[in-house]
Design a protein around this ligand. Structure first.
Ligand SMILES: Cc1cc2nc3c(=O)[nH]c(=O)nc-3n(C[C@H](O)[C@H](O)[C@H](O)COP(=O)(O)OP(=O)(O)OC[C@H]3O[C@@H](n4cnc5c(N)ncnc54)[C@H](O)[C@@H]3O)c2cc1C
Length: 376
């Protein structure tokens, strides 16, 4: 089979891209180093369908999140993917935070998320009896989704369209050929190596996407593609089912490194706290929950959940954000770049696809397909 497009990485983004590309093309391949799809960041996140509230106006994060939100609900309904449009409350726990809520509402409106509503302390109590706040901002279009079922849906589309997903296959290098195509070098777990030629290569390698870009001959530092790992711990909260009806977030941290320790519910009505945001200078994917974080989680969460006790917090899981920013840097947008300007036409790099990458995944796929169609 002649390979037209090779997608590197079968997380939610790579799967969505491969599903989209294979709708109208033959010879699409998706390569994954793990035994199956979605074993990294795509299965270690809050599973929130974001509304597009916080991101800078006109950024890819804002545009693709709002678009992804609008695409995901119908996709969930037609594909029987478990989800719930439960809504989210951003809460002010001190009077000076109320102005921040108004700023957030305005930013969301600029992004096209125009259904947010300010609510009073009394209304917060009515909506969420276990939450204490001076005011809140209600986002009705925020929801939750079973991310594994979403990935399964994309994987099924990949298969139905005749594209192939190849697990246990690590891309070690991508080399430009004289005819303008690319030789993709791969390695297997037994040490065997192989290579093949592809017209298009789409790098959706998540935490490794900068290294994969480097293997194409791109100067990762000069281009601002270097990734930094930020760990997010989660603790489960041992509370009765129905303790919260919707997601509850504090006002976000400065510089949006994270959204602050928030309370999410899952489709089984369990409550999780997190994630926090810890920079990992060594860049080791450390998936062990830091038990010492329990105290700071408790202190952060009890500001809006005053009745909880520290014994109700239990270590749950860790996810690692592939961020383009280091501590102290300004917020960075997603990079989704067709690399003709670097002398690499036919390469599309996706770097720094942190949150809201799950929500944005169908919109990212359409964006990448448009980049490719424009170059065909
Ligand atoms: C703590 C946390 C919470 C989050 N919460 C949310 C949320 O609630 N809502 C939301 O919208 N987003 C959220 N996100 C973001 C979202 O999870 C990610 O944006 C999304 O999962 C990224 O998907 P991906 O396919 O790009 O990456 P990944 O899921 O990391 O997939 C990349 C794949 O590439 C493979 N790979 C890497 N290198 C190679 C190679 N050389 N060869 C072959 N394969 C390779 C990996 O094995 C992996 O399977 C969160 C992220 C984190 C970390």
């Amino acid at each position: 089979m002649e390979i037209t497009a090779t997608v590197i990485g079968a997380g939610v983004v790579g799967l969505a891209v491969a599903a989209e590309l294979s709708e109208s093309r033959k010879g699409v391949l998706i390569l994954e180093r793990n035994p199956s799809f979605g074993q990294e960041t795509s299965s270690r996140n809050s599973e929130v369908i974001h509304a597009g509230i916080y991101y800078a106006k006109g950024s890819l994060k804002a545009r693709l999140c709002v678009e992804g939100n609008r695409m995901l609900y119908p996709l969930c309904e037609s594909g029987r993917i478990p989800h719930r449009r439960c809504g989210k409350l951003i809460v002010a726990t001190a009077p000076e935070e109320e102005a921040v809520l108004l700023d957030i509402q305005e930013r969301a409106r600029e992004n096209g998320a125009d259904d947010l509503k300010m609510v009073s302390a009394r209304e917060v109590k009515d909506l969420e009896p276990n939450v204490k706040a001076c005011a809140g901002l209600l986002s009705p279009s925020t929801g939750i989704i079973d991310s594994h079922r979403l990935m399964r849906r994309f994987a099924a589309r990949v298969q139905r369209n005749g594209a192939q997903m190849v697990p246990h296959t690590t891309v070690s290098r991508v080399e430009k050929c004289d005819d303008g195509r690319y030789r993709v070098h791969v390695a297997y777990p037994d040490g065997e190596q192989d290579s093949f030629v592809s017209r298009w290569v789409v790098n959706c390698a998540g935490l490794e996407s900068d290294r994969v870009a480097g293997s194409m001959g791109i100067d990762v530092d000069a281009c601002g593609y270097r990734l930094h790992y930020w760990k997010g711990d989660y603790f489960s909260l041992d509370v009765p089912s129905g303790y919260l009806q919707r997601l509850v977030y504090p006002v976000p941290q400065a510089n949006h490194v994270g959204l602050g320790v928030h309370a999410t519910i899952d489709l089984g009505n369990r409550v999780k706290l997190g994630p926090d945001a810890t920079y990992l200078p060594e860049r080791n994917p450390d998936y062990a929950v830091n038990p010492a974080a329990r105290q700071s989680f408790y202190e952060a969460a009890r500001r809006y959940l005053p009745a909880i006790t520290i014994d109700q917090l239990n270590p749950e899981m860790v996810g690692i954000r592939p961020k383009l920013q280091q501590p102290g840097d300004a917020v960075r947008d997603f990079i989704i770049a067709e690399e003709s300007s670097k002398g690499l036409p036919g390469i599309v790099n996706l770097i720094g696809i942190e949150s809201p990458g799950l929500t944005a995944s169908p919109a990212i796929a359409r964006y990448v397909a448009n980049l490719i169609a424009a170059g065909e």
